[in-house]
Design a protein around this ligand. Structure first.
Ligand code: GZL
Length: 307
């Protein structure tokens, strides 16, 4: 932006470039790494000066980063909120400083919708529902109970809350489907493995694992094989994301179904930054295109996967 843009916001970069402050959740999963790459590459492509902060999955670090961006008078702030609650104060500070905010990937539960200009990301409830609907379809002829264990994402995060909700609503269609254990693995492989080890100890006959992301499913694979069970056969595994390692496990028959969650938000984010900085109207919510994969579809899609 040249000079102080009429939104009263930041005075932009010295060389007339728009300055974007981005607070990222962390680097907890393959999805997150791909998301960060997409944002950084798209900023370069769009000629936008990016100030990037990695919060290591801590909300207080994101709040600190946003306050720094306000001090530095950036033109626009964007962030992926690690959890849904606790943002109103700092978002009000950004609004009072005249700096527009864009939400990417995860949502906040603020009642005041004027605290941010738009949300760009996935419908996590739908992702959970698609996972559940596939399982209902697969088990409709099952005679007895189908025992499900669930590895939830980061406690309090929109994807964990919404995927759990969507999945539970979908499997209600088949009373044989029972979630016998559900616990957070924080979207991380190591935690997914640890929690799955506990699940296996406490539940002798697990039929299905629903993991809120590929990384926890991949960690769980180690625990399942260590327990002498065959993943993809003794235990059906359903995950969300469809990052390369997850798609490889699906193609290899260790996973059974993945609902995609696209991390490639960078280009759309930069377009939104330009519009918002120019004071143009933008839609309140922009949802990403995504699909689902069976083992066969993963084998076909793998060669062309970008992340
Ligand atoms: C979803 C994103 C989630 C991914 C996980 O949009 O917030 O966080 O599903 C990532 O892999 O850690």
């Amino acid at each position: 932006a040249c000079g102080n843009s009429d939104t009263g916001g930041g005075d932009g970069g010295g060389d007339g470039k728009i300055v974007l402050g981005f607070s990222q959740v962390g680097a907890e999963s393959g999805w997150r790494t791909a998301n960060t790459t997409s944002i950084k590459d798209a900023a370069v492509e769009a000629g936008i000066e990016l100030k990037f902060d990695d919060a290591q999955q801590k909300q207080e670090n994101q709040i600190k980063a946003i306050r720094n961006f306000i001090q530095q008078k950036v033109d626009v702030i964007a962030f992926s909120p690690v959890v849904e609650s606790g943002w109103d104060t700092v978002l009000k500070e950004a609004k009072d400083a005249g700096i527009p905010v864009i939400l990417t990937d995860r949502a906040v539960d603020s009642a005041d919708k004027t605290l941010y200009k738009t949300f760009l990301g996935s419908d996590f409830v739908k992702e959970g529902r698609l996972a559940g609907e596939w399982l209902v379809e697969q088990t409709k002829t099952a005679a007895g109970p189908v025992n499900i264990v669930e590895l939830q994402g980061t406690t309090g995060s929109a994807p964990a809350n919404d995927r759990k909700e969507g999945f539970a609503a979908a499997i209600a269609a088949n009373p044989n489907l029972k979630i016998v254990a559900s616990q957070s693995g924080d979207f991380k492989r190591a935690d997914g493995k640890q929690v799955m080890e506990q699940f296996l100890k406490a539940n002798p006959d697990i039929d299905v694992l629903f993991a809120h992301n590929d990384d926890m499913g991949l960690g769980a694979l180690e625990a399942i094989t260590a327990a002498g069970k065959v993943p993809g056969k003794d235990i059906t595994i359903i995950t969300i994301d469809a990052v390369k390692d997850g798609m490889q496990a699906l193609a290899d028959g260790k996973f059974n179904f993945i609902a995609e969650c696209s991390p490639l938000l960078g280009p759309q984010l930069m377009e939104l930054v330009k519009k918002v900085e120019a004071g143009e109207e933008v839609p309140a919510r922009i949802e990403t295109e995504e699909t689902t994969f069976t083992q066969e579809q993963a084998r076909e899609a793998l060669p062309n996967r970008k992340y």
